[in-house]
Design a binder for this molecule. Structure first.
Ligand code: WT7
Length: 650
């Protein structure tokens, strides 16, 4: 693939950039040669209450995995994102908020206002008994209060766990119970694309299934009718009335937890990824500045939701730690029509725009006129994240959206990594459509042979992707399950962090992510454990057995393909298909909605009863020629039936 076309940065991009090619080479080499010195220096971009004297203390030894950065330093993340900017840029905009309905006014929230609102929310949380180390769940629309709530938690040392507002009450309940949250912060309703989700109703339903008493702090967003629990529910605007607009920022140790964020794995229930305070904020801030080549005064827009890690690191923490201007959008790319993203870029003069391939593919399908009617001359850089970007979408982004002027940073990273691990840097690297190109400072990617676990040296090679050493933004543990942390990331390939991704290093030494090598699929940039969808399906009374795999989907990247075996006596029908779809949406959320459900009289199994997913994947991918070795199948006729009755792609 070294023959793929490369796009060199323009002279203008290089001249403006914090990091050019020579500087990247020099800094990267230094970061690998002496991580202590490199991160010791870059840690200083953050204000510490007590400066660190230790930088890195890490063991990747299975059975004793222990990751510490800046361990004897103390700091507060909220103070770094707000207070330290007050003197120099108190009246500068921190957050631009664009509401769902374009007819409604946008808000420009200054750093001073951000300070007051965050402090008030922090004092309200305190009045509800929340203190250092307590957990608070956020289940919110994309409104400024989501940022206030995150920063209010970090201000008083509480640990937030954000649950994407598209998750179902059941999924929310599991996450509230999972971390024993004292408070859930939500809104009455969430307008998105002109439709309103009844968030508070979802919370009410969820809390019925939570064993402990949980306060609920409610932001008034829509003013709609909601059911109210007199003893435990509180309107934010009422609770904030009497409280002080100042709240001291608590001194936190660098390794105190900052937040928990649940993410899907290849087995069982989602795991609570734990990020800590010092290393995370250093890494989020540095990557935000360097990858996006962020300069003072630039309006930066990441279209993610704060319910995902992208929203944590690159809407709130990174940009605000850098004193930046970050845009938050409540709505969707296609409402009122497919020009909304571009209208917003024009309206707020966005310089850096960061979105997901799935959104680009959907918009690309609507035709160029929606882009062309907006003035996009303010754009300097485009970014993508979440899944591999196909060359068609990349080229459309580059030429139609960026007018051939803007470099594209294809950022590869994960909930676990806290920030970008591989991406081209705009002023330093030529780009190739679909390649994540180069490792960020301090990141040493290795390609391993999946069977022998040997390191594969040289270029033009492919294998599984591991990272040789730690970086400050790395997750530290799974919430209350350190054993699962070690097992998931450090047991298959000893001594390395295992990413779960496959990758190719091309002839030029550039990296291409080839997708997950485990049972995790990527649906519209959202990560989904196939095991989760399977357990939702078998929880339905009619289902005996289910196997779920991904298949190529034009817009979503991967779609959800389900093979379902019904209980004896159950008849397959279109109605039942619909019911199972609704069922899964209820159990997990709309993002887990099955695309295709095939009735399977039996599933291909080995003689020891193990489902052969490899075969199911190939059938779903419509790749029958490559079924591979089927000699270990207990009953080969099962496969013939599945092929014959394969569902057509949607
Ligand atoms: C998985 C992580 C990190 C933010 C959003 C997703 C895939 C992510 C890319 C990219 C190819 C990518 C990987 C990764 N992925 N970015 N630029 N190119 N694949 O976070 O939900 O933790 O998912 O998303 O497979 O392992 P996440």
């Amino acid at each position: 693939m070294s023959d793929s076309k490369t796009y060199a940065p323009s002279a203008e991009t290089v001249a403006r950039a914090h990091v050019d090619a020579a500087k990247y080479d020099e800094m990267y080499a230094a970061s690998i040669k002496d991580p202590e010195a490199f991160w010791g220096e870059h840690g200083k971009r953050i204000d510490w209450i007590k400066p660190y004297t230790q930088v890195k203390d890490v063991s990747y030894d299975f059975g004793n995995v222990n990751i510490n950065w800046y361990a004897d330093g103390t700091l507060n993340v909220s103070a770094n994102c707000i207070d330290r900017h007050l003197e120099t840029r108190g009246d500068q905009t921190a957050i631009i908020w664009e509401p769902d309905n374009p007819e409604d006014d946008a808000q420009h929230i200054t750093y001073k206002q951000l300070h007051a609102e965050t402090c008030k929310m922090a004092n309200v949380l305190k009045s509800l008994g929340v203190g250092k180390g307590d957990r608070v769940v956020l289940y919110l629309p994309m409104i400024p209060e989501a940022a206030y709530a995150m920063l209010a938690c970090t201000r008083i040392g509480a640990i937030h766990s954000i649950v994407f507002a598209g998750f179902s009450p059941d999924a929310l309940a599991a996450r509230v119970s999972g971390c024993d949250a004292k408070v859930v912060i939500t809104a009455d309703g969430a307008p998105r694309g002109g439709r309103v989700t009844n968030l508070k109703d979802n919370v009410n339903q969820a809390l019925i299934n939570v064993m402990h008493d949980t306060h609920c702090l409610v932001v008034k967003r829509t003013g709609q009718q909601i059911a109210w629990r007199d003893d435990l529910d509180h309107w934010l605007h009422e609770a904030a009335e009497g409280v002080d607009a100042d709240c001291p920022a608590v001194e936190m140790a660098a390794e105190d937890p900052l937040f928990i964020l649940y993410t899907s794995g290849s087995t069982g229930q989602p795991k609570g990824v734990v990020h800590t305070t010092g290393g995370y904020i250093v890494y989020a801030a540095l990557t935000h500045e360097i990858t996006f080549d962020y300069h003072d005064g630039d309006v930066y827009w990441c279209t993610a939701d704060v319910g995902w890690v992208t929203g944590h690191s690159y809407i709130v923490y990174g940009p605000l730690a850098n004193g930046g201007i970050t845009l938050m959008f409540e709505g969707v790319p296609t409402y009122p029509d497919a020009s909304r993203f571009w209208q917003i870029c024009e309206k707020h003069k966005v310089a850096q725009f960061y979105t997901a391939p799935t959104a680009l593919r959907a918009l690309m399908g609507q035709g160029n006129s929606f882009v062309e009617k907006a003035d996009l001359s303010s754009l300097k850089l485009l970014g993508t994240v979440g899944e591999p970007i196909n060359p068609e979408a990349w080229n459309w982004y580059y030429n139609v959206v960026g007018g051939g002027r803007c470099p594209i940073v294809d950022t590869w990273w994960q909930t676990e990594t806290g920030g970008h691990l591989m991406t081209p840097l705009p002023g330093a690297h030529a780009t190739k459509p679909g390649s994540a190109m180069k490792p960020f400072f301090g990141i040493k990617p290795l390609v391993l042979d999946p069977t022998s676990a040997e390191v594969i040296e040289g270029n033009g090679v492919e294998g599984v992707l591991v990272i040789a050493d730690s970086w400050p933004g790395q997750m530290r543990t799974v919430w209350e399950d350190h054993e699962r942390f070690e097992k998931t990331y450090f047991s298959d390939y000893k001594g390395y962090y295992f990413t779960g991704d496959g990758c190719r290093r091309d002839e030029d030494g550039d990296y291409w992510i080839t997708g997950r090598v485990d049972d995790v699929i990527n649906v519209s940039g959202h990560r989904m454990g196939t095991a989760e969808v399977e357990s939702a399906l078998v929880a339905h009374a009619t289902v005996a057995e289910a196997a779920v795999v991904g298949y190529p989907h034009d817009i979503k990247g991967q779609g959800i393909y389900c093979y379902v075996t019904l209980m004896n006596g159950q008849e397959p029908s279109e109605e039942l298909r619909k019911e199972l779809r609704t069922w899964v949406r209820q159990e997990i959320g709309p993002i887990a909605s099955p695309d295709l459900i095939q009735w399977a009289p039996g599933l291909p199994k080995t003689r020891s009863g193990k489902i052969m997913r490899r075969i199911l994947r190939k059938i779903a991918e419509d790749d029958f020629g490559a079924l591979g070795d089927t000699s270990t199948l207990a009953d080969p006729s099962v496969v013939e039936d599945l092929i014959e009755n394969r569902m057509n792609k949607s």
